[in-house]
Design a protein around this ligand. Structure first.
Ligand SMILES: [Fe+2]
Ligand SMILES: [Fe+2]
Length: 309
C-alpha cells in the first residue's frame, strides 16, 4: 500500500495517451520555432529511451518489489506512447525522423550512463536501501518533465502541440505521484536517506543527462528554464523534492539551471521554422523542401551550440 497514491486505480486506468480527437493534419497550420523542433526531438528521444532505462531499473532490486514492477509495466507502456505521439506530431509538421532513431540514440548513450546502470545493480546487491535512490531519482525526472511540458505548452504558438503537451503532462503527473509517494515511504529509514543523498549529490543529472551529450542538456535547460520565470520553476521543483525525508538539502534543479546559463549565456530568441508550403507529396501529405529540418540532423547541430531537457 502506497500512502498518497492509489496503485490499483492507476493500473485500472492506465492507457496510451488519447489523441484520437486531435487532428494532426492541423499541426503544420501554425509555426514552430527551430528551437521548439530541437526541444521536441530531445523530448521524443528521452521518452523513447524509457525501454532502455527500464532494462536498467529491472536489473536492480526494483524487480523484487511487486508494487514497483506493476507500476513499471504500465509506466513503460505510457512513456512509449509519449515518444510516439511527439514523433507523430513532428512527422505531421514535416520534420523527418529516422526510422532507426531509437537505436541511434541508444548507441550514443554515454559510458557514464552505462556505468550508472552497472553501479545501480551492484549497489542493489549490497544495499536494500537502493530502492529509495531510484524512486527519488524517478520523482525528480517526472516532476521536471511535467513542469517542462507545461512551460512548452504555455509558450508555443502551435495549438496542436500545446494540446498534446498538456495531455502528456497529465500522465507525467501520475508518474510523479507514484515515484514521490513511494520514495517518501522508502526514505523513512535513515540509511536510505544517507544513500540517496550520497548518490544524488554525486551522480544526479537533469532529464536526458547521460543519454544526450552534455552541451545538449545545457541547451535544453536554458531553453526551458532560461527565462527568469524558469528560476521560480526550478526552485519549485527543488522545494517539492526537498520535502521528502532527508532531502532538505535538494537544490539540484536551480543549481543545474545556473550552471547551464553560466556555460551558455542567457537565452536567445529562436528563428521560426515555417510549416511546409502548400505542395504535397503523392501521399497527400505536405512535403518539405530540400534542406527541411530532420530530427536526425539536429544531433549534428549540437556541435555549433556553445553549450544541451
Ligand atoms: Fe513521458
Ligand atoms: Fe513519465
Amino acid at each position: 500500500m502506497i500512502q498518497g497514491f492509489d496503485l490499483e486505480r492507476y493500473l485500472r486506468h492506465s492507457r496510451k495517451v488519447d489523441t484520437s480527437d486531435i487532428d494532426f493534419s492541423e499541426a503544420a497550420r501554425s509555426p514552430l520555432s527551430a528551437e521548439e523542433i530541437r526541444c521536441l526531438t530531445y523530448m521524443m528521444d528521452i521518452e523513447s529511451h524509457t525501454i532502455v532505462y527500464l532494462r536498467g531499473i529491472l536489473s536492480t532490486c526494483a524487480i523484487e518489489d511487486p508494487e514497483t514492477t506493476a507500476f513499471l509495466s504500465c509506466w513503460a507502456y505510457e512513456e512509449f506512447f509519449h515518444g510516439r505521439t511527439i514523433r507523430q506530431f513532428l512527422d505531421a509538421y514535416g520534420v523527418q525522423v529516422s526510422p532507426h532513431r531509437i537505436a541511434e540514440v541508444q548507441k550514443s548513450t554515454s559510458f557514464k550512463e552505462w556505468l550508472k546502470n552497472l553501479g545501480a545493480s551492484l549497489l542493489c546487491q549490497v544495499s536494500r536501501h537502493f530502492h529509495g535512490v531510484y524512486l527519488t531519482y524517478g520523482a525528480i525526472s517526472e516532476l521536471s518533465t511535467l513542469e517542462g511540458y507545461h512551460v512548452l505548452a504555455g509558450r508555443t504558438a502551435n495549438p496542436v502541440l500545446a494540446e498534446i503537451l498538456r495531455r502528456l503532462a497529465k500522465d507525467e503527473r501520475r508518474h510523479f505521484s507514484f515515484y514521490y509517494n513511494k520514495a517518501r515511504q522508502q526514505l523513512q529509514e535513515r540509511n536510505t536517506q544517507r544513500l540517496t543523498s550520497f548518490v544524488l549529490k554525486r551522480f544526479w543529472m537533469p532529464v536526458g543527462g547521460g543519454v544526450k551529450p552534455d552541451p545538449e542538456v545545457d541547451w535544453i535547460l536554458r531553453f526551458i528554464l532560461g527565462e527568469p520565470s524558469g528560476a521560480q520553476i526550478a526552485a519549485r521543483i527543488d522545494a517539492t523534492i526537498s520535502k521528502l525525508p532527508g532531502m532538505q538539502w535538494f537544490d539540484r534543479l536551480a543549481r543545474s539551471r545556473e550552471e547551464s546559463l553560466r556555460r551558455l549565456g542567457p537565452p536567445k530568441t529562436g528563428a521560426v521554422s515555417r510549416p511546409p508550403a502548400a505542395s504535397t507529396s503523392s501521399s497527400g501529405r505536405s512535403a518539405w523542401p530540400a534542406g527541411a529540418p530532420q530530427a536526425s540532423g539536429l544531433e549534428g547541430s549540437n556541435a555549433s551550440c556553445e553549450g544541451q531537457g
